[in-house]
Design a protein around this ligand. Structure first.
Ligand code: GRG
Length: 296
């Protein structure tokens, strides 16, 4: 199956689960649920669910087992986007091709919609009856790892250093910290969670973790590049925001050509770590190639 069809299949799979788990827009309090669904169903590549599904497939698991986990990942990801777009952070007006949550609703509703999605994700990460056949100890491990990944030593930590480094001189150690934490930790948790729920052994889990670390960094480097070279229609968000905010980015630190080369080397490294999987790792390899070649 070509990657484009796989993308489509994963989108449908993810959105079916989200529709099942997330309260309808008219559920009281309706404005909150409407805002949560507005941002959740605004499109998006569904990359994190895709990684969880592909990791599950690579270790021979049943994809139904990871569906609620994949939906929780997208709730978490959407919450970070809503909060990142707020006036106190990036102050963006366009996301996933439509007005940001605080523009479409209001700031308080956007903050609370993000909070609602984050707490709902924690609920569905730990609701054992959604994961029939999964050892509760494994589910608890996945939930703990995922929540750690997005906390003060993960996503939030990366975001804080990202803000602290605005308008500062390029510092490669800080830059790598920002990118591996702000973006990378959730990507690693997506791959590891998909593999663990599918019953992965330690060796395969270790190989997949190496893969995920490399694509996580590559993904954010490409995001930096697209912020300079992409256009709003393709990106679904306003380009040039990083530069306007004086953000520390790879193109600013090492130049555009070196950034592209580094992203390509990371994709090669990711594909190399899939060697133990043989043909069953080919979908993950396709995703690594896509991540560096993408235009949105
Ligand atoms: C909790 C406020 C807060 C921030 C945490 C993750 C994050 C830090 C902020 C989100 C905004 C951002 C630019 C994150 C970097 C990761 C990234 C490239 C997000 C965009 O992800 P895509 O391209 O988006 O997968 P779609 O819309 O396709 O799902």
């Amino acid at each position: 199956m070509p990657l484009t069809s796989y993308f489509e299949e994963i989108k449908v799979w993810t959105e079916e689960t989200l529709h099942r788990l997330v309260p309808h827009a008219h559920t009281h309090p309706a404005r909150l649920h409407e805002a949560m669904r507005y941002s959740l169903f605004a499109g998006g590549k569904r990359l994190r669910p895709m990684l969880a599904a592909a990791a599950c497939d690579a270790v021979g698991g049943n994809r139904d087992t990871v569906a609620p986990f994949a939906a929780a990942l997208e709730m978490i990801h959407t919450y970070t986007l809503i909060h990142d777009d707020l006036p106190a952070l990036d102050d963006d007006e366009l996301r996933r091709g439509r007005p940001t949550c605080h523009v479409r609703f209001d700031e308080a509703t956007a903050i609370l919609a993000g909070d609602g999605l984050l707490t709902m994700a924690a609920q569905f990460l730990t609701k054992a009856d959604l994961y029939p056949g999964v050892d509760p100890a494994v589910l608890l491990r996945v939930a703990t790892e995922t929540l750690f990944a997005i906390g003060s030593q993960g996503t939030i930590g990366g975001q804080v250093v990202d803000i602290e480094m605005e308008n500062k001189a390029p510092d490669l150690a800080a830059l790598e910290y920002i990118h591996t934490h702000k973006t990378g930790t959730l990507i690693v948790a997506s791959v590891r969670g998909g593999a663990l729920l599918a019953g992965s052994d330690d060796d395969r889990l270790e190989a997949l973790t190496e893969y995920a670390r490399a694509i996580g960094l590559a993904f954010q480097i490409v995001d930096d590049i697209l912020d300079e070279t992409g256009d709003a229609a393709a990106l679904g968000k306003t380009p040039g925001v990083d530069k306007a905010l004086g953000k520390l980015t790879y193109p600013a630190a090492i130049g555009m050509d070196e950034s592209k080369k580094l992203a390509a080397r990371l994709a090669d490294r990711a594909i190399g770590s899939l060697a133990p999987f043989g043909a069953t790792g080919s979908r993950l390899a396709d995703i690594a190639r896509y991540i560096v070649a993408r235009s949105f």
